[in-house]
Design a protein around this ligand. Structure first.
Ligand SMILES: Nc1ncnc2c1ncn2[C@@H]1O[C@H](COP(=O)(O)OP(=O)(O)OP(=O)(O)O)[C@@H](O)[C@H]1O
Ligand SMILES: [Mg+2]
Length: 521
C-alpha cells in the first residue's frame, strides 16, 4: 500500500524498531520529585506506604511474627530541622541497596499486591530538604547500608544551563553511599532521614500535630479503641482485605496514631451529632468480581461537618491508604456540598483500579468508571437523607413555634380580659393551629420517636383547650364591675392586644394593668 503525506506520494516503506540508547535527561528527576509532590505532607504518605509494603513482606516471610506489630517511628526534631521515619519491615539487603534506591521507575513491586509500583515515591523528600538519607539493614546483615542524596546540589545542577550530563551523571554527582557497623542498630529496618527540612506552609513537616492529623486520615492505622463502630467495620473489611496494621508513633509519643473517627462530632458551636447506623457496601466489578468494599456511617445530618473533625466526605482508599482528599468523590452527589455532610470510606480491592502517579486520583478506565457508577445511588441516598433531615428539622421548628403560639393564645383566653366573643375566636385559632400541628406529625418522614412526642403534646394542648372552653374564664376585677364598665375595659384590653407587635408583651402589660386595678380596689 502506498500512502500520500502532504500531497507527496510515498512508496510503502515498512516501520522498524530502532535499537539504541534512549536519552534520559537530568530534568526527569525534577518531574519525579518536586513536581509530583506539591503538598509537602504527601511525603509522609509515600514513606509510610513504603514502610507498610516492607512490613507486609516481613509478616508474610515470618520475619515479623504475628505477635510483633509492624511499627513506624517518626521522629521530628524542629531544632535540628530533621525528620526521620523508621520501620521494622524487611529492609533492603546490602547487595541490592544502592541499585534499588537509585533506580527510576523500575519497581520490583509491580504485579504484586504491594501498594507501590512506580518506583519513584521515595524521591518525594528531595524537594523538601537539603539532604535525604536512606539507611537500612536486612535481617542477618553485619552492616547498615547508607545512601545520601545531596538535594541542594541536585537543585543547583537542575538550574545550571551549562550542565549537559544526563540523569545518570546527575545521580553519580549527587549520591553517595557507605556501610557502617551494624552493632547497636535494629536487626532489620529501613529509615529515611530528611536533613535541613525547608520551611513550607507553616512548617507543617516538623509539626507533630499536623503530621498526626494527616496520617490519621491517610495511613493504614487502627481505629480509636473507644470508637463504637471500629470493631464492626474491621470485621467486615477483614473478609476482603488486610486490616489496618501499622503502629505509627510520632516523636516517641505513647499513644500511636489512630483514625480520626469518634462516636460523636461537633457540627458547629453547641451543635453535636453522633453516628447511629453503619451501612456496609460491596461494589461488584464489571465482570462480577469484587471491585471495592466500603462503609458509611449515618448520623443526624444536621449540616456540613467541619474540616477539623477530619472525617467529612466519602473518601476512597487503595491498599488501605487514602487516595486524593476528602472531595475526590464529591461529584457523585447531586449537590456536591452534601459530600461534606457524609462520613464513609471506599476500599478498592480490584487491582485494575490504579491510583495515578500523584495518588490524588485514579487512572481513568472502565473499572474506575464502574465504581463511580455504582456509587452514584449511594451518594444520592446520602443526599436525600441530608435533604430529609433538613425538612424534618424545619417541621420540628414549625411544630415548636405552633406549640408556643397555642400556649400564648390559651394564656390570653385564661386571662379573661377580652370578652367571650374574642375568647371564642382565640379558641378557634388554637384549634386551627392544632390541625396544622397534626399535619406536621402525620408526615411520613417524621421519625417515630419524634411523632410520639408530638402526639403527646397535641393531646395535652387539646385537653387544656377543652377544659378552658368548658367554662370561659373572666378576670376577677372585671367580674366585679358593671356590664358597661366591663365592656369598656374589654375593648381597651382588646385594643392593647391588637396594637401590640407582640402578643406576649401585650399579655404581660394587661397582667400588670389587672394587678394595678386590683391594688386600687
Ligand atoms: N521502607 C522500605 N523498606 C524496604 N524497602 C524499601 C523501603 N522503601 C523503599 N524501598 C525499596 O525501594 C524501592 C523504591 O521505592 P519507591 O517508593 O521509590 O517505589 P515503589 O514503592 O516501588 O513504588 P511507588 O513509586 O509507587 O511508591 C521499593 O520498590 C523498595 O524495593
Ligand atoms: Mg513507594
Amino acid at each position: 500500500m502506498s500512502v500520500a503525506i502532504a500531497g507527496i506520494r510515498q512508496i510503502d516503506i515498512p516501520w522498524a524498531a530502532r535499537i539504541g540508547t534512549v536519552a534520559v535527561g537530568k530534568d526527569i528527576l525534577e518531574l519525579l520529585s518536586s513536581s509530583m509532590y506539591i503538598d509537602p505532607m504527601t511525603i509522609y504518605r509515600e514513606y509510610v506506604q513504603n514502610a507498610a509494603d516492607a512490613i507486609d513482606d516481613a509478616s508474610a516471610s515470618c520475619l515479623l511474627p504475628p505477635a510483633i506489630r509492624g511499627r513506624v517511628d517518626i521522629n521530628l526534631d524542629p531544632s535540628a530541622r530533621m525528620v526521620r521515619i523508621r520501620d521494622n519491615g524487611t529492609g533492603i539487603d546490602e547487595a541490592a541497596f544502592h541499585d534499588r534506591l537509585t533506580a527510576f521507575g523500575a519497581s520490583l513491586k509491580r504485579g504484586t499486591s504491594a501498594r507501590g509500583f512506580r518506583g519513584v515515591g521515595r524521591l518525594a523528600g528531595i524537594g523538601y530538604c537539603q539532604e535525604l538519607v536512606f539507611r537500612s539493614r536486612a535481617a542477618g546483615a553485619r552492616r547498615v547500608s547508607e545512601l545520601r542524596w545531596d538535594c541542594r546540589k541536585i537543585k543547583a545542577i537542575l538550574r545550571d544551563a551549562t550542565f549537559h550530563g544526563d540523569l545518570a551523571d546527575l545521580v553519580s554527582r549527587t549520591v553517595e553511599t557507605r556501610r557502617i557497623d551494624a552493632t547497636g542498630w535494629p536487626e532489620h529496618f529501613f529509615e529515611v532521614e530528611l536533613r535541613n527540612v525547608i520551611r513550607h506552609r507553616n512548617d507543617q513537616l516538623l509539626d507533630p500535630g499536623a503530621v498526626e492529623q494527616y496520617l490519621s486520615q491517610v495511613a493504614p492505622v487502627p481505629f480509636c479503641p473507644s470508637f463504637r463502630y471500629g470493631q464492626e467495620i474491621i470485621a467486615f473489611l477483614k473478609e476482603h482485605l488486610a486490616p489496618p496494621c501499622l503502629e505509627i508513633a510520632i516523636s516517641g509519643g505513647v499513644t500511636p496514631v489512630h483514625r480520626p473517627h469518634r462516636d460523636q462530632f461537633e457540627i458547629s458551636e453547641g451543635i453535636e451529632d453522633r453516628f447511629n447506623e453503619l451501612q456496609v457496601l460491596k461494589v461488584p466489578a464489571v465482570d462480577g468480581r469484587l471491585a471495592a468494599v466500603g462503609w458509611i456511617l449515618h448520623h443526624g445530618y444536621k449540616g456540613a461537618i467541619p474540616p477539623k473533625t477530619m472525617i467529612r466526605g466519602l473518601r476512597i482508599r487503595s491498599g488501605n491508604i487514602q487516595v486524593g482528599g476528602h472531595d475526590l468523590l464529591q461529584e457523585l452527589f447531586p449537590e456536591p456540598r452534601f459530600n461534606n455532610w457524609s462520613v464513609g470510606e471506599i476500599y478498592v480491592v480490584d487491582p485494575r483500579i490504579v491510583p495515578n502517579g500523584r495518588r490524588d486520583h485514579y487512572e481513568q478506565n472502565v473499572h474506575f468508571d464502574n465504581i463511580l457508577n455504582q456509587l452514584s445511588p449511594v451518594a444520592r441516598d446520602i443526599a436525600s437523607r441530608c435533604r430529609n433531615s433538613s425538612l424534618v428539622r424545619n417541621w420540628a421548628r414549625e411544630f415548636e413555634r405552633s406549640e408556643q403560639s397555642t400556649k400564648d393564645k390559651l394564656g390570653i383566653i385564661k386571662q379573661g380580659t377580652t370578652g367571650i366573643a374574642r375568647q371564642g375566636e382565640a379558641a378557634e385559632e388554637v384549634k386551627r393551629i392544632l390541625d396544622k400541628m397534626e399535619r406536621i406529625t402525620g408526615r411520613d418522614l417524621i421519625p417515630s420517636e419524634i411523632r410520639r412526642r408530638q402526639r403527646l403534646t397535641i393531646g395535652r394542648i387539646r385537653r387544656n383547650l377543652e377544659r378552658v372552653c368548658s367554662r370561659l374564664p373572666k378576670a376577677k376585677v372585671l367580674a366585679q364591675m358593671s356590664p358597661k364598665e366591663r365592656r369598656l375595659l374589654e375593648r381597651v384590653f382588646n385594643l392593647v392586644y391588637e396594637c401590640s407587635a407582640s402578643q406576649n408583651a401585650a399579655k404581660i402589660l394587661v397582667d400588670r394593668m389587672l394587678r394595678e386595678m386590683r391594688g386600687r380596689n
